[in-house]
Ligand binder design. Structure first.
Ligand code: FES
Length: 572
């Protein structure tokens, strides 16, 4: 096979002054002459950070990738990019997803790399690095960091996030003591890795496997399992081959593989956050993907995976039951099985031998956890560009519901009044939260699953219809309508809702309707302007000026699309 010229040779293969500059400083790391002999240079894009606890083990994982790259005759070069810790960052990690994607994109393009391995785990670290890499479009393979082991509390399994929401409601309702609450805190996160429920991180890990961007079986291996290191080493080997084969990301991520990710997300009971991130990834690759595609392709798909928050088990159980390949095999013709993956084989081929070892955890199409599980997309005068709900995490009896709105103008207003004993609210009310969308919050925070008012909790109310332009954690549950677009901060009708207005939610009819006349809405519109962020500067200013709406993936308008990998100019 004729050896193709590598991109890195534009740096390391040069003669004269520029060759001297590009090689000489790299030699201070002990690189030998052979390092520059035209071998593939592989970037290991590391989202390691002690401020991102879910990714805190990534230096070790990078070592395994490096071993694989060296074994296959490549030169591994590890580099850091902005890491986003979901539980640490304020006002919300999502505000910085696009920033991290810019960092990833520009670092990859500006450097002498022929291929990249993306190390990601915590919620936003996966979409941000994939989005950035997509805009460069080199051979790319993803290695996720793996989930934590199951949490254990008083002899029972507890799951990241899901049990935090449950325990904090129990504490507020007086069903749990503060001592028990403190004990549970220490029992939940007991190994390295990301959230082990089917929250956003696990959803993202399943998404990259369904997209074909990671080696088969990669999604579910626990972070502490030695097979996670094996997978990383194999990825290191494989990325060198991918460079030789010139198998770039846009050949793997196609309309078909995006559709596969939507179907798989429904079957695993994945997070609503997938919608935002997958749409943004598709946008980077210029592949049309509409909000309605998620409903069309996913809503009829049965829920096969019995994991919290939609089911009972956790990622560790999922792995022992056979993991995602079992689900992919079971989905059969619901998927484009011929879609190519990073190992050069098709998705169908990769999973044809998968076996289920626990049918309580991974069910069959004939006997699913739930018959229809995907995300439903709602439209109506309250969400002209759409809103979403995850029926598998909602209460069946509330899927068709009419109630009077109890409106919170923003998150501060919500915190101030939600537990006020005089709040005029009952179990049939619909809670409405404004100004938590992309521009409004800003950053579209995970606050859509508003806690239920204390006085209702004490009456035994466990769920209510809640509507907002925000998101919710993938670990959360409830009858929660999210991602209302256009958001209230840009003048969507959500901004016009007032206390006492009647709202109709009809999930089977895909309807979200505010029973207020057009004339009345127009009158209310006067005097309500777009949200201003006068004090915004720096990145936040850039974000609020350019972020797109939820149904467009909340990317920034100038980041959509690709610039490729070519850099015409030298640096000296
Ligand atoms: Fe990092 Fe959940 S907080 S994955």
């Amino acid at each position: 096979m004729k050896k193709q010229k590598l991109r890195s040779e534009e740096w390391f293969g040069r003669e004269g002054k520029m060759g001297f500059i590009y090689r000489s400083w790299m030699r201070n790391q002990g690189l030998t002459d052979e390092s520059f002999d035209g071998r593939p240079v592989i970037g290991i894009c590391n989202t390691w950070s002690e401020l991102t606890p879910c990714n805190a083990h990534f230096r070790e994982l990078a070592t395994s990738v490096k071993k694989g790259v060296l074994e296959a005759g490549g030169l591994p070069l590890e580099f850091p990019v902005t890491s986003l810790g979901e539980t640490m960052m304020r006002p919300t990690a999502m505000l910085f997803r696009n920033l991290a994607s810019m960092d990833t994109e520009e670092t990859i393009r500006a450097n002498p790399l022929d291929g990249v391995v993306l190390l990601c785990g915590c919620d936003k670290t996966t979409p941000s690095t994939v989005m950035g890499a997509a805009s460069v479009d080199l051979p790319t393979i993803v290695v996720s960091g793996g989930p934590m082991l199951n949490g254990k509390y008083q002899g029972a399994d507890i799951g990241s996030g899901t049990h935090v929401w449950k325990f904090s409601e129990d504490l507020r309702a007086g069903k749990m003591s503060s001592q028990e609450f403190a004990m549970a805190e220490a029992c939940m996160s007991r190994s390295r890795g990301h959230c082990m429920t089917m929250g956003t991180a696990s959803t993202m890990a399943c998404m990259i496997e369904a997209l074909g961007l990671t080696l088969p079986g990669g999604a579910a291996i626990p972070a502490v399992d030695s097979r996670r290191k094996v997978l990383a080493q194999q990825a290191g080997r494989r990325i060198v081959e991918m460079v030789h084969q010139d198998l770039i990301m846009s050949q793997v991520v196609t309309r078909e593989s995006l559709e596969n990710a939507i179907v798989v997300n429904a079957a695993v009971g994945g997070s609503t956050n997938l919608i935002i991130h997958l749409t943004a990834i598709a946008g980077r690759l210029n592949i049309p993907l509409e909000l309605s595609d998620f409903d069309k392709l996913g809503s009829q798909i049965p829920l096969l995976v019995n994991l919290l928050p939609s089911g009972e088990y956790l990622m560790e159980d999922f792995y022992y039951a056979g993991g995602l390949p079992v689900v992919i095999k079971e989905l059969g013709d619901h998927l484009h099985r011929s879609a190519i993956t990073v190992n050069g084989k098709s998705l169908g081929e990769n999973c044809s031998q998968a076996q289920c070892y626990n049918q309580e955890v991974i069910k069959t199409l004939d006997e699913p956890v739930q018959a229809e599980a995907g995300i439903a997309v709602l439209t109506g005068n309250l969400a002209e560009h759409g809103a979403v709900i995850k029926p598998s995490a909602a209460t069946k009896e509330l899927m068709v519901h009419k109630g009077k709105a109890v409106v919170f103008e923003n998150i501060e207003d919500f915190h101030r009044r939600v537990d006020d004993p005089n709040l005029d609210i009952d179990a049939n009310s619909i809670m409405v939260l404004k100004n938590v969308g992309p521009k409004g919050y800003p950053g579209m925070a995970e606050v859509g699953n508003m806690p239920i008012p204390k006085k209702l909790l004490e009456e035994g109310v466990q769920d209510m219809v809640r509507i907002s332009d925000g998101r919710m954690s993938g670990t959360a549950f409830g009858t929660v309508v999210l991602h209302v677009s256009p958001e209230s901060a840009v003048g969507g009708n959500l901004a016009m809702v007032q206390d006492g207005d009647v709202i109709e939610l009809d999930v089977p009819a895909r309807k979200l309707h505010l029973e207020v006349s057009e004339d009345e809405l127009e009158q209310r519109r006067e005097g309500i302007g777009p949200a201003e962020h006068h004090d915004a500067r720096g990145y936040v200013k850039l974000y609020v000026d350019h972020v797109l709406q939820a149904h467009q993936g909340a990317d920034m308008d100038f980041l959509v699309g690709q610039s490729g990998s070519y850099v015409p100019k030298d640096n000296h």
